[in-house]
Design a protein around this ligand. Structure first.
Ligand code: PLP
Length: 410
């Protein structure tokens, strides 16, 4: 039986209730439920104060609330509160790992394993780190590993590339274009304890349960605006065992850093990696987003997205000229996490995007922030979430079919 969630939940998203369009770009950013919008609005309209500074009631209240949301976020990913850092997004969080951990710990000859077709936010920070270290005479190597036909990381390739100098393996938990899940489960027990694991959970958080302990993550990053929260807010998980390896990321006001005799001294996590006034409305929005996710239930969200993904893949298979990128369409069993990417013979991705948009179907087209994608490998990405319906998927497939026929007929 088809899940009716999309229809029932929709009324809680004002931007969708007011629109005729079919929004299929949640991997880019999700729509916001009214509770999240209200949390941001409330902060700006009532008892606005800074957090962690004043001693008057408004300030104390907001400080307490941010503390509560930190603990709430930690519980959401299976961590402790002092392992959770609020950042300006997933990109900022990955850069924080590169700068706070990488600059301090990496030595000449060390290696980082990464996937060159990951999101640029999980590729460029490591390149910049290597460039910065090189200027100080420390040469590290970025070792690329590959993905398989399903879009999952190729474990055999990773195993072949691990060396005694491997210090970090960074991975997309759920790939933002391929829609494939990689947990590195097969590496468990086969890696030296000293090798750190960094998971980009920007696309998995809010879609499926993310437990950093189960993943064995040392670092994990989340993007709040992809899980019903506001842009400019993210989460960085730092496992306790790495805390002593970190330098301050944004030394400044309230960052757990003090100056004595010309040297910076740190007071510990989580302040160590947070500097300046936090994005208070963004963090409040994250708190409301987590409440929303809890209310719907992660299992219900996961199974709704799976149903929509499978329906979409089945529909697209009937459209002449569709070619899938690696991902759920190639999977031997029924998996799907709300992301499917494809090309259509005879048209560029951006032409398809324009044509679909003219009929009210909002999808992402292009390189999807995969570094170095040639123009002829650009694709259409369809991504779903809790507010989408089976009927929308069917309409989308029908529209694409008409488009394919028009292209074939010209
Ligand atoms: C896999 C992945 N990582 C990182 C990011 C960047 O997230 P943010 O916008 O929070 O910086 C994105 C956003 O598209 C993403 O899909």
């Amino acid at each position: 039986m088809q899940s009716a969630l999309g229809t029932t939940v929709r009324a809680r998203f004002p931007a969708l209730a007011a629109a005729d369009e079919v929004y299929l770009d949640s991997a880019s950013t999700t729509q916001k439920p009214i509770s999240v919008i209200s949390a941001v609005d409330r902060y700006h309209t009532s008892q606005t104060a800074n957090a962690g500074r004043g001693t008057y009631t408004w300030a104390n209240q907001i400080t307490r609330e941010l503390g509560r949301i930190r603990a709430r976020t930690a519980a959401f990913i299976g961590a402790d509160a002092d392992e959770v850092i609020f950042t300006a997004g997933a990109t900022a969080a990955l850069n924080a790992v590169a700068l706070a951990w990488g600059l301090r710990n990496l030595e000449d000859g060390d290696e980082i394993l990464f996937h060159p077709r990951d999101h640029a936010s999980n590729v460029y920070p490591w390149h910049r780190l290597a460039g910065t270290l090189a200027r100080f005479g420390v040469r590290i190597t970025l070792v690329p590993y590959s993905a398989n036909a399903l879009g999952e990381v190729d474990i055999a390739d990773i195993l072949a590339k691990i060396s005694p100098r491997t210090r970090l393996i960074t991975v997309s938990h759920l790939h933002h274009t391929f829609g494939a899940l990689s947990t590195l489960e097969e590496l468990r027990g086969r890696l030296d304890e000293s090798v750190l694991l960094c998971f980009d959970c920007s696309q998995s958080a809010g879609h499926i349960p993310v437990d950093v302990r189960v993943l064995g993550a040392d670092f994990a990053v989340l993007s709040a605006h992809k899980m019903f929260g506001s842009p400019g807010t993210g989460v960085l998980y730092c496992r306790r065992r790495v805390h002593d390896m970190l330098d301050p990321f944004l030394p400044g006001g309230q960052s757990g850093v003090s100056l004595s005799q010309g040297e910076l001294h740190t007071t510990g996590m989580p302040d160590l990696l947070e500097g300046g006034t936090p994005n208070i409305p963004g963090i409040l929005a994250l708190g409301a987003a987590l409440d929303f996710i809890d209310d719907i239930g992660l299992q219900a969200i996961a199974s709704h997205n799976r149903e929509l993904t499978l329906r979409l893949v089945a529909g697209l298979r009937t459209v002449a000229g569709v070619r899938f990128l690696p991902g759920p369409a190639a999977a031997p069993c029924d998996v799907g996490y709300g992301i499917v990417s494809f090309t259509l013979d005879g048209a560029t991705a951006s032409d398809i995007g324009f044509a679909l948009s003219a009929h009210g179907f909002l999808v992402r087209t292009g390189a999807h922030c995969i570094p170095g994608t040639p123009d002829d490998e650009e694709s259409v990405r369809v991504s779903t979430h809790i507010y989408n319906t089976a009927e929308e998927i069917d309409r989308f497939v029908n529209r694409l079919e008409m488009l394919a026929e028009e292209i074939g007929g010209t």
